[in-house]
Design a protein around this ligand. Structure first.
Ligand code: SF4
Length: 96
């Protein structure tokens, strides 16, 4: 049986977290703030989002450079990536 995948190569089941994404219920200005603007509101929403872990994994896997994903800003994701700590344990710690 063939599995249908998205353009990213992930199955639709792997992307199911997007259906309940809390950010989809707000404006993009929270998650893609102007440089120097606060990410606090976005991070608060991420903290309550069921798909936070999957969202962060997706952002790291796809090298998302802008905005808040999985509760981490681009700088925080870059720090995680550069530390070589983008492991399951580090992702668990970041989304705990
Ligand atoms: S964790 Fe944050 S950015 Fe990711 S889907 Fe949830 S609300 Fe959106």
């Amino acid at each position: 049986m063939n599995t249908i995948t998205s353009i990213t190569g992930r199955t639709w089941q792997e992307l199911a977290w997007q259906e309940n994404a809390l950010c989809a219920q707000t404006g993009p200005e929270f998650f893609f703030p102007a440089p120097g603007s606060s990410t606090r509101e976005a991070k608060q929403l991420c903290g309550a989002c069921e798909g936070r872990r999957e969202c962060l994994e997706y952002a790291l896997d796809n090298d998302e450079r802008f905005g808040v994903w999985g509760g981490l800003s681009e700088k925080e994701r870059e720090r995680l990536r550069r530390s070589g700590a983008a492991t399951t344990a580090a992702i668990s710690a970041a989304t705990a």
